[in-house]
Design a protein around this ligand. Sequence first.
Ligand code: CUA
Length: 341
Amino acid sequence: MKQLRHFLITAVIVAALTAGIGLLLEAVIDRMPLGASVQAGFIESLLVKHFWVIAFLFSLIGGFLLYSIFAFRQKKGELEDGDYLEGNLPLELVWTIVPIGVVIWFAFLGGQSLTSMETVDRAALRVNVTARQWSWSFEYPEYGISSEELVLPVDDQVLLRLRSTDVVHSFWVPEFGPKQDLLPGGEVRELRINPTEPGGYTLACAELCGRQHALMLADVQVMTRADFENWVEMKVAENPCAIGDQVGCGQKLAQDSGCLACHSVDGSENVGPTWLGIYETEEMMSDGQMVMVDEAYLIQSIREPGAHIVMGFENVMPATIADTLTDEDILAIIAYIESLR
Ligand code: CUA
């Protein structure tokens, strides 16, 4: 009778603690930036289930402990040892079988979520994402346009094809849920996202990738299909490379290739020499040689970044930066540098 009373009281304590802690953890989840894509929904639902299991286990241990402290306190004048307990087969069976069942259930849910996250929509919009130290660029091969911000139509699947030109980076928009690493060496990784909420987000690099890792961010815009089509039209119309504007084209290529992440165009200090006024000046190289910054020097510096380094700078420019640039592209970039006086 007494045992039943202890059991009932602890059951009530554990249930109340579980409810309280579970609701608190749910409130924490509500404050996290989750839930702007179909994929984030799967992650969120798994997270909520895990948090409830955590709340229960914490309450189970904490509740028994708390109750024991008061109910089984040593009484005044009580000096003998407590009862000696030896094993309890039914209890041991329960606490072995139930957790195994829970772990298997979560493995099943995890597998199910992974499969659902990789559901392929054949009509998905393709976007090629390039990461480099330390910027992002996005290319829309179906439209022949590129951009520094990732613009996506809401409710349609996007197939992101991710690659890196130098070191390992990681694509992560917290509101979209999953993260995907981008690997160098020409390997392309894929990530499928179905954005569900129009709005502005931030893409962050989630892999320590060097000096400016923390600043390797890009804007993400999710908009209605109609707004997206308008944006594409605007991008197509403003592409200077398509209308023979060499300086404008060079500026765009410099932007898209990530040059401007390290080279300022206003004279301010950065990782690399500023481009303002550098054309046709003599610069002291790190080996003490004086070199004229002309077309030949710039072509070499873009094709083989380590060949001649301006005194006071380190060579951190990715050797593969020019892999996607044609000779014409490089001449356009040089025309842009020449225009910066
Ligand atoms: Cu790229 Cu961190």
